[in-house]
Design a protein. Structure first.
Length: 426
């Protein structure tokens, strides 16, 4: 593929990236590419740090015991220098000049030293603050003036595409008379400066491409390195888009993980066993609700002595009047006459009629308990209290006692109000 074809492909991927990646995904990709750049750039010259160790140092300023402090020093200084390059590249008003290049070079040039990192050591800012750990050599190249002037002229001419301009800048930095070996790292950083300035992604210089990289930068034909950079750009865009692909793969697998997890939960916990049907609700009526109603009646029977009569009435949500409930078989017979009623809500009314004490105008008190049948559960509601159970579950003794106490308390409150309101005046 020719350079022109690669540039067209890059523009297609660039538009695709803008459309498909969210801000969060872009941030995630940028963090990965940052680690990739430092790991790959150092790996070109066989750094001993693994990818995970590089990631810990770049993202968390953390070192691994037993590694050379020099490795971490170079990595941290590279991180600081590269961040300065990125900040400048994303600044629309920034112009490449001698002072900027020289500043980046100084950050990259630590004193030669070798010692072993202690266990549990977090990398400290001393690596850039002078003192015993590091100081910046003041090497300076006159060639930088020529490079800065050339770059400014090329920007004015606007004849070179971004990979060509970056390739030539890299070549000129490599060929300067800078006094140490860090000009290679400086050159790679400035390549990304040019690419970002031209609204492209930075490249990571994969260590697996080291031979191709070294062959490209030593070739007398600058188009070889320009094509290499275009290939690296394609890899950068593809790595960003792979984030979406990987997320979709994870989403594809997620349903299986979810099913397995839910099955494990079912093995440990109770589960829904029935949906609403006539048979289930009839069993709830006869086996749970009606025994509960008569249990409540027995528990509040002490009120019966205060009134001439008492009764339990019931009606379904389809009926407009109450029927008196005398025994369990009565309600079963009533409802079985119309099987549809088994799916209706039902209300029970506990009524105490004709207060007997003659010092009061006779009055009635009552309270209502309602039952609702949902798709998988039934609910018992009294005043502001609701107890919900699935169709295979029964009320606990604690549930029943709480309900009885609440009903007794409400009846007591109503009795006191009625006694106050109906007291005879002599």
């Amino acid at each position: 593929m020719m350079l022109h074809d690669k540039l067209e492909r890059i523009n297609i991927l660039k538009d695709e990236l803008r459309l498909k990646l969210s801000n969060e995904q872009l941030h995630q990709a940028e963090k990965k590419l940052l680690v990739d750049f430092h790991y790959n750039s150092n790996g070109i010259f066989r750094s001993a740090l693994s990818y995970n160790e590089t990631q810990l140092a770049i993202s968390y300023d953390t070192v691994v015991a037993g590694r050379s402090v020099r490795e971490y020093t170079n990595l941290q200084l590279g991180k600081i220098a590269y961040q300065s390059v990125l900040d400048a590249a994303y600044n629309k008003r920034h112009q490449l000049n001698v002072n900027f290049i020289d500043d980046i070079h100084r950050i990259l040039s630590p004193r030669k030293h070798s010692c072993i990192a202690p266990a549990n050591n977090n990398f400290v800012s001393a690596v850039v603050s002078g003192g015993d750990i590091n100081y910046f050599d003041r090497g300076f190249s006159r060639d930088l003036y020529d490079i800065a002037a050339w770059y400014k002229d090329e920007q004015v001419k606007n004849e070179l595409c971004a990979p060509e301009l970056a390739a030539l800048l890299h070549k000129k930095i490599i060929e300067t008379d800078i006094e140490d070996a860090h000009n290679g790292k400086l050159a790679r950083m400035l390549v990304n400066y040019v690419l970002i300035k031209n609204d492209l992604l930075p490249v990571a210089f994969k260590p697996t491409e080291t031979i191709n990289y070294l062959e490209a930068i030593t070739s007398e034909d600058i188009t070889v390195f320009s094509n290499y950079l275009a290939d690296q750009l394609l890899l950068s865009y593809q790595s960003y888009l792979d984030i979406i692909s990987n997320e979709k793969k994870e989403e594809t697998r997620d349903w299986r993980k979810t099913i397995v997890s839910l099955k494990q939960e079912l093995d440990k916990k109770d589960q829904i066993r029935f949906a609403k049907n006539h048979s289930i609700i009839r069993r709830i009526y006869n086996g749970i609700l009606l025994p509960l109603i008569f249990r409540i009646k027995d528990e509040i029977s002490e009120y019966e002595n205060l009134f001439l009569s008492n009764a339990i009435f019931f009606k379904t949500s389809k009926e407009s009047f109450y029927n008196q409930l005398r025994n369990i078989s009565q309600i079963d017979a009533h409802i079985s006459g119309n099987i549809v009623l088994y799916t209706d809500d039902i209300a029970f009314d506990f009524s105490f009629n004709d207060f007997k004490i003659i010092e009061y105008v006779s009055f009635d008190i009552h309270c209502k308990l309602s039952v609702s049948f949902l798709k998988h559960s039934y609910e018992l509601t009294f005043e502001d209290k609701t107890i919900s159970k699935y169709y295979h579950q029964v009320f606990s003794e604690e549930d029943i006692q709480m309900l009885i106490d609440h009903i007794g308390s409400v009846l007591h409150s109503e009795l006191k109000k009625c006694m106050i309101a109906n007291k005879r005046i002599n």
